[in-house]
Design a protein around this ligand. Structure first.
Ligand SMILES: [Zn+2]
Length: 328
């Protein structure tokens, strides 16, 4: 494109990297500015000090993972999703288990809106939501919430029942949907990874472009991250090595579950809400702090009060069902 950024056109859709689908707004911004976020909508680089929505201070050690620069336009309160009609029962199970992994280990929360209205009945705006669809041989997702609102797609491969790798795919794609990027695309990854692009076909090399603006990242590349690919990713023939650790030249594999630093990135930026029909912001029993430790009961209650104009007590009867195993 005219900005010089390489993207992949596949089946009428544009991808920034192998599995990162671009929204129309992101594509336009890439074309005009060379970045998926327009300039001045967010400061560049890792200087984020407070939460973009709550204004609360973030840990100086705010997750050694890399992701989009968070704003109130690209993050979720709860991640609204639907199971699409094209999914196989195995694909539904993959996504349900992937959601359970994130919810059991971090502050991010998902809301199952399968079969529910896609437009707010009172105000008429389109709810932002993810539809999980059958990707055939493809896994893909957008990064973060689509700033336009409305539907965005997450594709999940049709796969035989092979644990844990297939659930790892779901966890990885949900990682993109909540804002995480690939570790091997981090701006400073060359400090941690030896990259041999001679072993990658020219048309695949865009998968190793660095993310140079509008990212949020502190610290080193995390080799335990669910967002890193293995040493042979996109190798032009099976025995070739593309990436090794800079520290000792060793190879590494991908990961099927989140690392502590993946979770730190998320725990800094998400708040674990319980689905309610009213405006009260009720917290889940377990709330992670920015260092991945769990808030005490007292800390949790103080935080809940802070989120609700000083009132720590949720009104009775406001909770609504939110069952991740409801498929229609
Ligand atoms: Zn990915």
């Amino acid at each position: 494109m005219k900005s010089g950024v390489e993207v992949l056109l596949k089946d009428g859709k544009y991808y920034l990297s192998d599995d990162i689908l671009l929204s129309d707004l992101q594509l336009k911004s890439l074309e005009e500015h060379g970045d998926i976020t327009p300039p001045n909508s967010a400061p560049p680089g890792p200087e984020l000090k407070v939460h973009p929505v709550t204004g609360m201070p973030l840990s100086a050690d705010a997750g050694k993972a890399v992701g989009q620069y968070p704003t109130s336009y690209n993050m979720w309160a709860m991640v609204r999703y639907v199971y699409g009609p094209s999914l196989s029962s195995v694909q539904r199970e993959i996504m349900r288990l992937a959601i359970e992994h994130w919810e059991a280990n971090s502050n991010v929360r998902f809301y199952n809106a399968t079969g529910m209205p896609t437009v707010d009945p009172t105000y008429g705006f389109a709810y932002p939501y993810i539809e999980f669809v059958n990707g055939n041989d493809v896994n893909s997702s957008q990064i973060g919430r689509n700033a336009n609102g409305g539907r965005q797609e997450l594709k999940i491969q049709s796969a035989s029942w092979a644990f844990p790798e297939v659930v790892g795919n779901g966890i990885h794609e949900l990682g993109h949907a909540i804002g995480l990027d690939h570790e091997h695309n981090a701006n400073d990854r060359d400090n941690f990874i030896n990259l041999n692009l001679n072993n990658v076909l020219p048309e695949k090399r865009y998968n190793f472009n660095r993310r140079t603006t509008n990212y949020h990242q502190i610290g080193a590349v995390d080799f335990q991250s669910v967002m890193i690919y293995d040493s042979q990713a996109f190798a032009s023939s099976p025995n070739l090595i593309v990436m090794t650790r800079k520290s000792d030249g060793s190879t590494f594999s991908g990961n099927d579950v989140t690392s502590g630093t993946d979770r730190k990135w998320v725990n800094n930026l998400y708040i674990p809400y319980i689905a309610r029909s009213d405006v009260y912001r009720e917290l889940a029993d377990i709330v992670y702090k920015t260092d991945n430790t769990v808030m005490t009961a007292q800390e949790r209650q103080q935080f809940q009060a802070q989120l609700n104009n000083g009132n720590p007590y949720p009104p009775a009867g406001g909770r609504i069902p939110n069952d991740h195993s409801r498929y229609q």
